[in-house]
Write a protein that binds this ligand. Structure first.
Ligand code: BGC
Ligand code: ZN
Length: 367
């Protein structure tokens, strides 16, 4: 069957690869699930892998099948599977466990090992193909009423985890009632974080460079958050008017912004970093000021990668509630479908060149 793959380490090696059909028997304990792939989303990570900045092939292979944002329908299940049945819509988590204690209790996104395993990214093949098989532990059911949001399940899981982690660590405060959040970046993670924070009742300022009106700015407004164009208004001006933030989520992909934001966090607040930055950039920071303010203000910096199945479930709840609260807004993120695996060049072109493409995804098959 067909798959979109790269040769990791070789820049711009994206190609169509013939791979063997997966078999349910490859999961020997009876908990296997065979999924027909319907749609797969791509993002900056796929671009970085094709640029040979990131990612590794599975042992014994000279190629890596791309794709970590899956959406499909169950075709067949092993005899012991209880969580899903044929005909259910599903997505799948990205990371697979290594050997640490965190891996063994299902929190593989918190592995303490240096090597991590991620489908479509590192050491495991991804979902940009026609079918895949996995253990039911990594398969998450998508309610049929959300099937129009298909490939957003994985990005939403990353946003849901980042915010859940922030609330989790803030239990140190005994009482924490965050009121104001800044979300940096209005790409998919920025927008989905905006959604999750709005659903928790925060006043949200989502900041990005572009001057409105853009699709992102209108989605932000649709979520009843405030879009701030940093080409017109500075963060200092927002702070002068509304105060510092209790919670900041950085999803810009710019390490420079991630550090800069340390100046705008309020007392007892949390700054969450979510971007993977593959480069070698360095930047200057106001280190004395930040150091002083962070100690005097008990502030916290939190990195958040990826998600386990609990975060997928959390994210799916947010998407469901989001659809009821802000009908029709979230699906506007899904801007650029690509017709079939054969169109892999167009997929990369959109990802690399089209600044207006908020979300590129491949329509692999219809039901
Ligand atoms: C994916 C995550 C993954 C991360 C690092 C992101 O694009 O969405 O699931 O853990 O890249 O590899
Ligand atoms: Zn991703």
């Amino acid at each position: 069957m067909k798959a979109i793959a790269v040769h990791p380490g070789k820049p711009n090696s994206v190609h169509l690869q013939d791979i063997p059909e997966p078999s349910l028997d490859s999961i020997s304990d009876g908990h296997g699930v065979l999924v027909k792939v319907l749609k797969v989303g791509v993002d900056a990570t796929d671009k970085e892998i094709n640029d040979a900045l990131y990612g590794n092939a599975p042992p014994g292979f000279d190629y890596l099948v791309l794709g970590h944002e899956s959406f499909g329908v169950v075709l067949e299940v092993g005899p012991k599977v209880t969580r899903v049945k044929p005909g259910d819509y599903v997505t799948a988590t990205v990371r697979r466990p290594g050997g640490s204690i965190y891996d063994r209790i299902g929190t593989y996104d918190m592995t303490s090992e240096e090597t991590y395993y991620e489908r479509g990214i590192n050491l495991l093949h991804g979902y940009l193909t026609e079918k895949f098989v996995d253990h039911e532990d990594y398969i998450v059911r998508v309610p049929s009423g959300l099937k129009h949001l298909h490939v957003l399940m994985e990005p939403m899981s990353c946003a849901a985890k980042a915010i859940q982690q922030a609330y989790e660590v803030q239990r140190r405060m005994r009482v924490w009632r965050p009121r104001t959040a800044f979300v940096m970046g209005a790409g998919q993670i920025g927008l989905l974080s905006t959604l999750a924070l709005r659903l928790r009742g925060l006043q949200v300022f989502t900041m990005a460079r572009s001057a409105p009106p853009t699709l992102s700015s209108s989605i932000v407004e649709g979520l009843e958050a405030t879009y701030v164009s940093l080409s017109k208004t500075s963060v200092d001006e927002v702070v002068a008017k509304h105060g510092k933030a209790d919670l900041i989520v950085d999803a810009t992909g710019s390490s420079n912004v991630a550090f800069e934001m340390m100046r705008y966090l309020g007392h007892n607040g949390v700054l969450v970093w979510t971007s993977i930055t593959g480069g070698e950039r360095r930047s200057e920071v106001h280190s004395d000021k930040v150091n002083l303010e962070w100690v005097l203000g008990n502030k916290l910096l939190l990195g958040s990668v990826n998600a386990n199945s609990e975060h997928f479930e959390l994210g799916i709840r947010d998407l469901a509630l989001g659809e009821l609260t802000y009908p029709g807004v979230i699906s506007r993120i899904l801007t650029n479908p690509v017709a079939g695996l054969d169109q892999y060049r167009e997929m990369m072109r959109l990802l690399v060149e089209d600044r207006s493409a908020l979300k590129v995804y491949v329509d692999v098959a219809s039901e």
